[in-house]
Design a protein around this ligand. Structure first.
Ligand code: GTP
Ligand code: MG
Length: 320
């Protein structure tokens, strides 16, 4: 319902948005009234280079034209029904997640090295392109790689295993290497324009934490790091909500925090979504190619674990 409105209404339909202001907003990455509604006054003013009073008026007017006010429970239900799901390739893992990776939210996969975080990202980048009847969203992927572990060969193999045209599948994955946390944040800012213009249904950041950890080492930088990371994660949640897309991030945690004495978040060994709404999935290694997934504090999902395997074809259920 809200999406329909968003498609019809343009920035210039917001009272007070002159062509000049519209240009400034667009240049700052705000291209729809919804992007205005969910932004803060100071943020909008600063990024678009307009006075705070103007920013405030524009936000209020955008709320009015989009009818952002109380909703009925029925409307809440309808919005919930607009959430869609992407299959992971493993029925077990899909079941654990209530049907697959959800849109309108952020999903974090965290675990030690080699637990399959990057493999799941590759698989989802392919699977989102499947038609809905096969568990996809017939959409494209943005893949933000911070560690240089993206492999087109894996995409090719996974696409082929699903009977898809590998070249077409690779054409539908927009890849960008992020070189530091500022770069990573600015790529996400650009996505508010890029995602709706390119039928992107999935945004991946593998890994979301590595630059922040490297740039803010030690306990003395922990507060600033967490603050910046939280702002970044909130931006991603917004992106997911506004455009009804899935956002998937990974986060490596260490099994033996004592070895990594310099990093207090490693000592916690946990997920980064603590202050952000979303789904957290812990991955552990099991025998051979088997991996175990567990959903952590998600009241709407059943408790339990799922076993999946990493094969040459990609993420699958174990055979027996
Ligand atoms: P870090 O990024 O180091 O934290 O690890 P990760 O959690 O991202 O692990 P990743 O997804 O890279 O998983 C690596 C594992 O996937 C390897 O140990 C292999 O077992 C498996 N794997 C990767 N590529 C292939 C492949 O082509 N065929 C098969 N059968 N397994 C693969
Ligand atoms: Mg990885």
């Amino acid at each position: 319902m809200t999406e329909k409105k968003d498609k019809i209404l343009k920035l210039r339909d917001i009272p007070g948005v002159t062509p000049t202001i519209a240009e400034k907003l667009e240049a700052a990455g705000y291209i729809t009234p919804w992007a205005i509604v969910v932004s803060r006054v100071e943020e909008l003013a600063e990024k678009a280079g307009i006075p705070q009073t103007t920013a405030e008026r524009i936000i209020q007017n955008a709320r009015k034209i989009l009818g952002v006010t109380f909703k009925t429970a029925k409307q809440v239900k309808m919005e919930r029904l607009s959430i869609r799901k992407i299959t992971t390739g493993s029925k077990n893992l899909d079941d654990l997640l209530g049907g697959g990776i959800e849109t309108k939210t952020i999903t974090e996969f965290y675990g030690e090295y080699g637990t399959g975080k990057t493999q799941i990202c590759h698989q989802l980048a392919v699977n989102v392109q499947l038609p809905p009847e096969r568990g996809g969203l017939a959409g494209k992927t943005v893949y933000i790689d911070t560690e240089g572990t993206f492999r087109w060969e894996r995409i090719e193999a996974m696409a082929r295993a699903l009977g898809l045209d590998p070249d077409e599948v690779m054409d539908n994955i927009y890849y960008q290497r992020a070189y530091n946390s500022d770069h990573q944040i600015s790529i996400v800012d650009e996505l508010f324009k890029f995602v709706p213009e390119n039928n992107v249904k999935l945004v991946i950041i593998d890994s979301v934490t590595s630059h922040f950890r490297a740039e803010y080492p030690g306990r003395e930088h922990l507060a600033v790091r967490q603050q910046r990371l939280n702002a970044h994660l909130h931006q991603l949640v917004k992106l997911a909500e506004i455009y009804n897309i899935a956002v998937v991030v990974t986060n490596q945690v260490m099994a033996r925090p004592d070895v990594f004495y310099g990093d207090p978040t490693q000592a916690v060994g946990g997920h980064v979504l603590a202050h952000t709404p979303g789904v957290r999935v812990q991955l552990r290694r099991a025998k051979g190619s088997k991996r175990i997934a567990r959903v952590v504090d998600a009241p709407h999902l059943p408790e339990g674990e799922a076993v999946f395997v990493i094969t040459d074809e990609g993420i699958r259920d174990p055979e027996e």
